[in-house]
Design a protein around this ligand. Structure first.
Ligand code: DAH
Length: 346
């Protein structure tokens, strides 16, 4: 009987070892094994109950056998638990955070290059006492055309005739309506720059967008002449492109100015030499936009007396300025929202 018990205990211990191995180094599984074998209602307790069935003389030896087996099993369990614990510590160490590791930089937005151009131009004029004003992108034809000396049947309307919303309202094709709005609200002298979005029915290509930005400028006071215009625009170009810029005026036509001019500045790429320059096509100049002396009809329309007051105005395309400043060859790049490209232009 004692021998039988010894054999049973042996198998029992082997089963226990196998169960420990299956529980691997997981503390919860080890606890489950302990309860199953050594717990109060576990398998050992079952074995102990068998002792009662033995002859009284055999009981002490049987009890000792079982106790020995139990203490051997407890030793095994204790070392399995130690293993489990050191595994857990190891896992924690592997998972731990290296506080000296360089952080992942948060992605910060930045100003769009066209916004930089607009800001630089506006800051230049602000320093010279000009106010920066903005106005509606949807304008009646009166502000877009009539008040700017472009009557209904005037051929100059054609180039501006774009996105009509109703019979009289359209998305403004230029920022010049802000000249009228400003002069109607203020008596002279007025000195403003008006940046903002404009819209035209232009097919997209390397030089045209149907939505773009203009910077409008207007100065009206007593005794203002073309020299003032030239001086201010030269200063603006030096601010945006660099210290050695010049400005050149080519005769042109706009209904709201007389005389009118198209304005060029020294090509910032070839510095005016034109030598094999892709930016200016070899001319040494790049075009900024239109300008001129405010037409007497425009002054009269807003109640200013043209025999007392005179003024100049200009309207430049901000994206065009951006092409030259950043050496970009296609205006569409500005609106493709490609951060890899835009980040290069800061
Ligand atoms: N508004 C004109 C355009 O978009 C540009 C322009 C020309 C504005 C002459 C002016 C100016 O203020 O005086 O083509």
């Amino acid at each position: 009987m004692i021998d039988e018990l010894a054999v049973a205990l042996n198998t029992f211990q082997e089963d226990f070892k196998a169960a420990l191995a299956r529980a691997a180094s997981d503390e919860r599984s080890l606890e489950a094994v302990r309860l199953e074998y050594l717990g109060r209602s576990g398998k050992v307790t079952e074995l102990r109950k068998q002792i009662g069935k033995l002859a009284p003389s055999a009981r002490p030896a049987a009890g000792k056998h079982i106790n020995d087996a139990v203490s051997a099993m407890e030793t095994l369990l204790a070392s399995a638990r130690e293993d489990a614990e050191s595994h857990a510590v190891q896992r924690d160490l592997e998972r731990s955070i290296d506080v000296t590791f360089p952080a992942i930089e948060p992605e910060l937005g930045s100003l769009h290059p066209v916004r930089h151009i607009v800001d630089d131009a506006c800051n230049y004029f602000r320093r010279h006492g000009f106010a920066v004003v903005t106005g509606p992108e949807i304008e009646p034809d009166y502000y877009n055309f009539d008040a700017l000396n472009i009557p209904a049947d005037h051929p100059a309307r054609e180039g501006f005739d774009s996105f009509w919303l109703t019979g009289t309202l359209l998305l403004r094709p230029h920022t010049s309506p802000m000249q009228i709005r400003t002069m109607q609200q203020h008596r002279p002298p007025v000195a403003i720059v008006a940046p903002g979005k404009c819209y035209r029915r232009d097919a997209l290509d390397a030089r045209h967008l149907f939505q773009f930005h203009q910077i409008e400028g207007l100065l009206v006071a007593r005794g203002i002449h073309f020299g003032h215009l030239k001086g201010m625009l030269t200063g603006m170009c030096r601010e945006i492109f660099g210290a050695s810029q010049s400005v050149r005026f080519r005769p042109s036509y706009f209904p709201f100015t007389e005389p009118s001019a198209e304005v060029d500045t020294t090509c910032p790429k070839c510095k005016g030499s034109g030598a094999r320059c892709g930016m200016c096509g070899g001319s040494g100049w790049i075009e900024l936009g239109g300008a001129g002396m405010v037409h007497p009809n425009v002054l009269r329309e807003v109640g200013y007396d043209p025999s007392v007051y005179s003024g100049w105005a200009f309207g430049f395309g901000a994206e065009r300025l951006g092409l030259s400043r950043y050496g970009v060859d296609d205006i569409r790049r500005f609106v493709e929202s490609d951060p890899g490209f835009l980040e290069q232009l800061q």
